[in-house]
Every structure is written in structure tokens, then in C-alpha cells.
Ligand binder design. Structure first.
Ligand code: ADP
Length: 375
């Protein structure tokens, strides 16, 4: 089976929110495009996804994460050469760092169909059995937020991943029957912001596991420049670096800020986006010079003022800010930890002297270790 380039701009992706229980296996030799359409038309909740404009489509367009890209691209090339399916792969790291993007690139490099679903969408074992039985040899099943799979669903994945088969029961009472369903060899790609929440049996079944880290300013400036080219936005190098510096180490934020800055430049008739225009636009968006947004600053101010710099527990902070705890843990805290504005101690979160300084508060004398003692 071969797949030509995407002349029509569609990706060979099937979005599976919930497959129908009786989804038929697609027969015959079809192109990936035909298969995507065929699977989409046979199943509930499947839809084809238009290509995401700014998503890099090949490894060479994927900025940064060199060690990860080098390793996974070798694994992809080796499996292609052997005619094997790629080992199951897990990507973990904060949101917006390119986990979904790399999964799509892998499927594309393998010339495979990517079936995209997420942990919360696979509610019942029947959902996952339907999905798995629909896969053809070499397909890539991408499960976003894999840490949110229910335990019952997860158990079906163990034998599916290890032996390419699922055992399930049909009927009930005297009519109950156990069915052992062989599956086509496939590759599971999992993505999670919380590797620690994955059960050990699931984690162990991934032959490849990678952590994606925050991007450097230089890398994000490359992302901005690349996206500006695609969006036909006129931006100079200083403008791209200004956006990059304020992107919290995250390409998704770079792209979002670029769009906001573009709007601002269009309305102000600013022509080329330089660092001044970019900075002005982002101040209006509430993004400060280090890239902290309103929620980051609210978190920092609450911890530093209401809790005098901590230690404070995440439950208490979430309740005070009136924000979802998971958002704070997945989105806000990783970056504040990364830039050293907070630390996590067994007693709770604490503001560091740098954190206090950023919001113009005097550091606490009995602050985090090594920062002086209360007289
Ligand atoms: P995640 O799945 O980790 O939340 P995504 O893969 O959805 O993140 O990435 C968010 C957006 O950021 C993508 O649409 C893409 O445009 C951009 N992006 C992510 N990683 C990169 C990268 N390495 N190079 C260029 N753009 C990237």
C-alpha cells in the first residue's frame, strides 16, 4: 500500500471519538486516502480532519527536540527497512510542545493511516475493541491524554499491545462466550502530560518513551518565522525573537501569539512586525516580558501574597484562584518551576526570591532553602 503526497491538503487521519460497535473491517487494497474516507463513513463520530496549517509534516520541519527526533526517526527508518511495525511509543511533557505533531509525522513517515482518539473518548471496552479490530497492518493508533483511560479500557490494551489480540466476552449468563480476537499488528502512540499517572503495566508496554522539554527562545523564533512564512506575515528577526521570548517555551503559544500580533499589526497598519509592535501587542494580551500570562501571575501573586510565599497545597491554591487543579498542575506550574519562580517541597509550593521579585514583592527572609533565615 502506498500513499502519495497530499495534493488536496488533507491529512490521512481519522478522528475517532467513539467508533460504532459494529464497525466493519475495511477490505481490499485501498489508498490511505480511501481508507480514511471509508473508515470515516462506516463509523459514528469519525471525521476527517483538515490539515492543520502550521503543523510540521516531516521530521525536517519539526523544530528542536533533536535527541527525540534523532532517536524516533532512526526507529521509524529501521522498522520501514525491516517491513515491521514500529514499536509502541509514548510521548510525555507539558501541553503544546508537539506530542500530537510528532505522532502525525511518524504516521506520515511510515506511510500509515493515523487513527486519532483520546483517553476520555474511549469510555467503554467496546469502544476500544471496535477501534482496535478496525486497524490494519501498520496503522498508527494515537491516544491523546492516555493517562485518562479507564482501568477497564486500559486492560484491553495490554494484550492488544503485546500480542496483537483482544479477549472479550459477548452475551451474558448462560450465553456468555469468551472471544479471542486476533488483531493486525499496529503501533500505539500515547501522549500524556502526566507520565506519572500511567500504570506500570501500560508504561512497560511502550518500547519507546520520550520526554518533550520546553523549547529555547532560538528554537521558538524558528517556529515563529516558519509560521509567519506560511501565514504570509511580514516579521523581522527581532519581532520573531520578541514573540519567542514570551511563549513560555511552547510552540503552540508562539503560534497563538503570532496570530494576535498579526491582528494588532493589521489594525494599527504597522506593516512589518518588529520587536516594538510585537511587545505592544502582547502587553495588550496580558503577556508580560517573560511570557507569563494572567493566570500565571494570578497563581504567583496568590501564592506569594495570600499564602506569604507558601508552603501551600495545590488544592488550597486551586480553590483560592477558583481554577481547575489539573490546569494549574499541567499548564501553569511546569513553566514556573522551569524558570525557578516556584519550588515544590513535600509541604507544598513555595515562591522563590526570583518569583517574588517578578511581581514586585520583597522576598521572604525565611524563604526557600538557602535564602536567608528569619532573625
Ligand atoms: P501537544 O500534542 O504536545 O499538546 P501539538 O503537537 O498539538 O502539542 O503542538 C501544538 C502546535 O505547536 C502544533 O499545531 C504545531 O503547529 C506547533 N508545534 C509543536 N511542536 C512543533 C515543532 N517542534 N516545530 C514546529 N511547530 C511545532
Amino acid at each position: 500500500m502506498s500513499a502519495g503526497p497530499d495534493e488536496n491538503g488533507r491529512e490521512r487521519i481519522v478522528q475517532a471519538s467513539k467508533p460504532a460497535d459494529d464497525a466493519e473491517i475495511v477490505a481490499g487494497e485501498q489508498t490511505l486516502e480511501e481508507r480514511a474516507q471509508s473508515v470515516a463513513s462506516q463509523t459514528d463520530g469519525f471525521e476527517e480532519v483538515q490539515a492543520r496549517d502550521l503543523r510540521p509534516r516531516r521530521f525536517q520541519d519539526y523544530v528542536g527536540q533533536r535527541a527525540v527526533v534523532d532517536s524516533i526517526s532512526i526507529a521509524v527508518m529501521a522498522s520501514k527497512k525491516r517491513g515491521d511495525t514500529l514499536d509502541h511509543a509514548l510521548f510525555h511533557g507539558p501541553p503544546g510542545l508537539g506530542k500530537t505533531t510528532i505522532a502525525h509525522i511518524i504516521a506520515r513517515e511510515l506511510d500509515s493511516l493515523l487513527v486519532h482518539t483520546s483517553g476520555p473518548a474511549l469510555e467503554r471496552p467496546a469502544d476500544v475493541v471496535g477501534l482496535l479490530s478496525n486497524l490494519k497492518k501498520g496503522d498508527v493508533l494515537f491516544i491523546d491524554e492516555i493517562h485518562r483511560l479507564s482501568h477497564a479500557v486500559e486492560e484491553y490494551l495490554y494484550s492488544a499491545m503485546e500480542d496483537f489480540r483482544v479477549d472479550f466476552m459477548t452475551g451474558s449468563g448462560a450465553f456468555a462466550k469468551s472471544i479471542n480476537l486476533p488483531l493486525q499488528p499496529f503501533t500505539l502512540i500515547g501522549s500524556t502530560t502526566r507520565a506519572g499517572m500511567l500504570s506500570a503495566p501500560l508504561r512497560e508496554r511502550f518500547g519507546l518513551a520520550y520526554h518533550l522539554d520546553f523549547y529555547s527562545t532560538e528554537e521558538l523564533a524558528q517556529v515563529v518565522t516558519r509560521s509567519a512564512g506560511i501565514l504570509e506575515v511580514d516579521i523581522d528577526s527581532d519581532g520573531a525573537h520578541e514573540i519567542a521570548r514570551r511563549s513560555r517555551g511552547t510552540p503552540r503559544i508562539s503560534n497563538r501569539l503570532l496570530r494576535r500580533v498579526r491582528d494588532f499589526a493589521e489594525v494599527r497598519n504597522a506593516g512589518t512586525i518588529n520587536s516594538k509592535v510585537a511587545a505592544e501587542a502582547m502587553e495588550i494580551e496580558g503577556v508580560d516580558a517573560l511570557g507569563l500570562d494572567r493566570l500565571d501571575r494570578l497563581y504567583l501573586t496568590t501564592l506569594s501574597k495570600n499564602y506569604q510565599g507558601g508552603p501551600a497545597g495545590i488544592h488550597a491554591l486551586a480553590a483560592t484562584i477558583n481554577e481547575d487543579q489539573q490546569t494549574l498542575e499541567d499548564v501553569v506550574e511546569p513553566f514556573l518551576l522551569k524558570i525557578g519562580f516556584i519550588i515544590r517541597t513535600p509541604q507544598g509550593r513555595r515562591t522563590t526570591p526570583e518569583g517574588f521579585e517578578h511581581i514586585d514583592l520583597p522576598p521572604r527572609l525565611d524563604g526557600p532553602a538557602g535564602q536567608g533565615t528569619l532573625l
